[in-house]
Structures are given as structure tokens and as C-alpha cells.
Design a protein around this ligand. Structure first.
Ligand SMILES: Nc1nc2c(ncn2[C@@H]2O[C@H](COP(=O)(O)OP(=O)(O)O)[C@@H](O)[C@H]2O)c(=O)[nH]1
Ligand SMILES: [Mg+2]
Length: 343
């Protein structure tokens, strides 16, 4: 391009010849002719045809194939994105519940930091459709405002009620057998759990119907505090009951994740009481102690227990209840009718 012409490759300054074979004084690409460009272009019908051709000179011959990811990598995935991803591969959706400040986001941040530094025992990073959202979380840049989704997430999810969850995606490879696992992990505000327990408000948690594993995250400090312990355990029981109603008999694996293990190691008696309370509500759970961050790194390293949590989350599905128990029919008895009569 010469200094007096905007057309790429034109050497009119050096040669005096217009690359589009126009009269240099009239060519609309000449910087000095810019103001007059419109009029002169109108006047030059033949030139216009050439100019159209010239615009395409050097442009790619074929359109770029549309194979790129449809997701904006800078954000969490909305429900529509998650559905699209689930249509292409098997994704394990995880439900993450817990009171505000219990350590839900800390678990996700710690998982990301471990995996990104190749320190998640037994697992390697394979891919993520939401790296920047993990970054935001790890930097503490994403915050919930009284249970309301951050604006960038609500815009992205494009849900009418502005209350959709945002999911983080992580594809991990298990080192022992090379198995790939895609996890969709929602970062949702603790107020949603409180609303579920207190007033059975479950509409925005509808995605949990697709969850294979549900984490109930508990603050280890509250469990260690004798004044708060009883109330917290009772609420976990109520939450399990709500989940059972909401999920309407669907099978899922329940993990109770107790944070702050760096400050308070979970007492086996307390764990036993938790199990008993859950059993009273017809639920069963495995309990995992974690310390996503650590105030005592020499005693308990940051990220403690996160690999166990992922092992359990990515492990085999819970056994489904037996749909129709098989019974050996007594000779000549009409088993089906008898079964109906028994009900
Ligand atoms: N020392 C320590 N701090 C933790 C642990 N888990 C969470 N925290 C801190 O507890 C606070 C609340 O955690 P956060 O993940 O934001 O709670 P959320 O509201 O459930 O998402 C944050 O300041 C975390 O850094 C832990 O295991 N040990
Ligand atoms: Mg949080």
C-alpha cells in the first residue's frame, strides 16, 4: 500500500499507475480523494465493477469452516450450553448444595488450582469449556450478590427469570485406566440451598434432576462447634428429605463434603450422628473431609481431600432400585395377578 492510497498493494506513488487501473485522480481509494470519493465513484460505473472485484483481491477463497466451539470460553455454561454439550458426549452433572460460606466455591477453586498444576492425585486435565470462569473463581473475582447470579452469567444463560445456574466444565483423564470424565459443576449461591430447606423453593434447582452425584457442602467449623452442630445436622436431614421429594425417587449418589479440615478434623462421632440423621430421613451418604484451602499448610496441605471427592464423584453410579423384584412363581399360581392384589 502506498502512503496516498488505502488499497493494499497499490504502488501509485512509485509508478503513477493505479492498481485498479483507474485514473489516479478519481480513484476513491486515494487518501487525498476521500472526500470526493463518493461523487467520483458515482460517476465511474465501470470502475465500480472493478472496485468490487478489487475488494475481494487477497481475501480467502473459501469461508472458514464453522467447527469452533459454540461456547464463549470466558463464562460459565448456561443450561442451553450444557444441554448442547450433553448431546455430544456423556457429562456427569454434579449438584452442589450448601449454606453460604460453607466452602462450595472454595472446593471448585481448589479443584481447578490442583488440576491446573498437575497436582490432583490420579487425574490429569484434558479440557475445559469454561477456563476463564474457573480463573475468575480462583482469583476470587466472581461474587454472588445476596443469592443473585452475577450479571455476566445471567446474560449468558439468557433465562427469563435471571436465576439460572452457571456451570463449570472440566474434562479429566484418570491416570490408572485413561478413562475420560466430563464434569459439569455448578457454582450457585448458598441462598438457594437455604430457600430449598426453608421453603421448598426448588424451581431454579431443576437441573439437579440430571445430577448423578450431589454434594452437600458443610462448614467444618460449624460442625465442630457444639452450639451450631445440632442445628446443622438437623438441617442436613431436612435437606435430604427435600431432595428426595424434589428428585422424585431418582437414584443419585449423596456426598457430604465437610470443609475446613485444616482447622477441625471431623470427629467420627459427629460423622456417625450425621449418618444416623440422614438414615432417619431415608437417605444414605458418604462423608468426605476436605480442606480446599489451608491455614495450616504444614499440617494439612491445601487441596486435602479434593482428589477423594473427585474419585467418589466420578466413580460408578449408585445402584438403581430394583424395578420389579423377581419372585419364583409357585407352581400354577398366577404371579402377576397375585402381585397386583398384594399392593
Ligand atoms: N482455611 C480454610 N478456609 C476455607 C476452607 N474452605 C473454605 N474456606 C474459606 O471460607 C470462605 C468461604 O468459602 P466459599 O467457598 O466462598 O463459600 P461458599 O459461599 O460456600 O461458596 C472463603 O474465604 C474460603 O477461602 C478450608 O477448608 N479451610
Ligand atoms: Mg460461593
Amino acid at each position: 500500500m502506498s502512503s496516498s492510497c488505502r488499497f493494499d498493494g497499490c504502488t501509485v506513488d512509485e509508478t503513477g499507475v493505479c492498481a485498479l487501473e483507474r485514473a489516479p485522480l478519481n480513484c476513491s481509494n486515494r487518501i487525498s480523494n476521500e472526500a470526493a470519493g463518493a461523487t467520483s465513484a458515482d460517476a465511474q460505473d465501470g470502475d465500480e465493477a472493478l472496485s468490487g472485484f478489487g475488494d475481494r483481491l487477497g481475501a480467502p477463497v473459501l469461508d472458514q469452516p464453522r467447527g469452533a466451539s459454540a461456547f464463549t470460553s470466558s463464562q460459565t455454561l448456561g443450561l442451553a450450553d450444557l444441554n448442547a454439550l450433553m448431546a455430544t458426549r456423556y457429562v456427569k452433572v454434579v449438584g452442589i448444595l450448601g449454606d453460604p460460606e460453607s466452602g462450595k466455591t472454595a472446593c471448585l477453586a481448589s479443584l481447578y488450582l490442583l488440576v491446573s498444576h498437575a497436582k490432583l492425585e490420579g487425574w490429569s486435565f484434558a479440557d475445559s469449556k469454561s477456563l476463564a470462569a474457573f480463573e475468575d473463581i480462583a482469583r476470587g473475582a466472581r461474587d454472588w450478590n445476596k443469592g443473585k447470579a452475577p450479571e455476566q452469567m445471567t446474560v449468558h444463560t439468557e433465562l427469563a427469570d435471571d436465576h439460572g445456574p452457571g456451570f463449570l466444565h472440566l474434562r479429566l483423564v484418570r491416570r490408572s485406566d485413561g478413562r475420560r470424565v466430563d464434569l459439569a459443576l455448578p457454582d450457585i449461591p448458598g441462598e438457594w440451598t437455604q430457600a430449598l430447606v426453608n421453603s421448598a423453593q426448588s424451581d431454579r434447582l431443576d437441573f439437579m434432576k440430571s445430577a448423578e452425584t450431589i454434594w452437600i457442602v458443610l462448614d467444618g467449623r460449624s460442625l465442630a462447634d457444639i452450639e451450631k452442630r445440632h442445628g446443622l445436622i438437623a438441617r442436613v436431614g431436612q435437606l435430604a428429605r427435600r431432595l428426595d421429594t424434589m428428585l422424585d425417587g431418582r437414584a443419585f449418589r449423596l456426598l457430604v463434603v465437610v470443609t475446613h479440615q485444616d482447622l477441625h478434623v471431623l470427629d467420627p462421632n459427629v460423622a456417625h450422628r450425621l449418618q444416623a440423621e440422614l438414615a432417619r430421613h431415608g437417605a444414605e451418604a458418604e462423608i468426605v473431609g476436605v480442606a480446599p484451602f489451608s491455614d495450616k499448610p504444614n499440617e494439612v496441605p491445601a487441596g486435602f481431600g479434593i482428589a477423594d471427592l473427585i474419585n467418589l464423584t466420578a466413580g460408578k453410579q449408585p445402584d438403581r432400585p430394583i424395578f420389579w423384584r423377581s419372585t419364583e412363581p409357585a407352581e400354577s399360581s398366577r404371579a402377576y395377578l397375585k402381585h397386583r392384589r398384594d399392593r
